[in-house]
Design a protein around this ligand. Sequence first.
Ligand code: NAI
Ligand code: MG
Length: 350
Amino acid sequence: TAARDIRLAVVAGDGIGTEVVEQGLLALDTALHGGAVTVSTTDFDLGARRWHATGETLTDTDLEAIRAHDAILLGAIGDPSVPSGVLERGLLLKLRFALDHYVNLRPSRLYPGVASPLGNPGEIDFVVVREGTEGPYVGNGGAIRVGTPHEVANEVSVNTAFGVERVVRDAFARAAARPRKKLTLVHKHNVLVHAGHLWRRTVEAVNAEFPDVTVDYLHVDAATIFLVTNPARFDVIVTDNLFGDILTDLAAAITGGIGLAASANINPDRTAPSMFEPVHGSAPDIAGQGKADPTATVLSVALLLEHLGLPEAAARVEKAVADDIVERGQVERVRSTAEVGKDLAARIAG
Ligand code: NAI
Ligand code: MG
């Protein structure tokens, strides 16, 4: 195959972001070592440090520079010293909306050897396809008479036929490619009747294109019950931005925690770079101490490789993690961030 260079934008960010991204990049380099594919990285100084220094979150210049890349690897953004919402809206959500990351993909797998807080978890292996560009997170709202007894505060959930259909089609395609071929729509269409029925009708319509896929439906509150009592029933879940945000944290918790949960913000049409990041944040409580688990970032690198059409390298990274996790259960020793990264790289190298 012809030589290919992947242009990777790196946003290490704040707190443990820089620590885990370093190990993610090591895994990426190791997985591609000796092959025809190389990686060129560009570091972007974004996050709390930049905001304190300049007052900027994400400028148009930053955005255009990021756009010129094939993918983005992000560590974590955020610090208690920055008012809540500034970096979430001004940087993270802005990136997702501007780059049209309409599929927020969060796989949940209970790896052998990982302790789940569930007594009898069964086999957990599902993926949540969370809509990423609509719902209540678009910033369609406002407030008046703030701070008075007459305050009005609105956040309007935006659901378009176009936006729902494209994410539902992506979820069907993912379900069709998996052995169980099962898709669960999660919403609340008994109460949120306008958006809920748009989602329901869209799933019914797109199902005609994917007759092999079995479809079922759960209200979001019932979904939280089944995620705890019978998570093995799930294969692919498709849901809106808010429900997906909440369900994926629960999914991370039942599969061994935030140190393992990976995610991808995907632009399936490839009109802009997709972004790969651990689900966790900047963990200021352990930042700078070498205590952060880089595994979620390394698994995000596997998603990145998969998205870039390098499934063999992706599989090697994922197997390295699975094998390492099996041994974690048996070895008592606590490893540093760098030690875990080094051990994973050694396994990836084979
Ligand atoms: P967090 O995920 O940073 O931390 C929650 C708890 O999990 C902490 O006790 C932390 O030490 C632990 N933890 C997280 N990642 C870990 C890892 N890799 N290894 C071991 N332990 C880990 O969430 P929190 O505390 O709510 O938020 C901290 C900051 O991160 C905030 O500023 C928040 O806005 C931001 N944040 C950023 C995200 C992003 O960049 N996508 C996502 C979530 C939060
Ligand atoms: Mg969340």
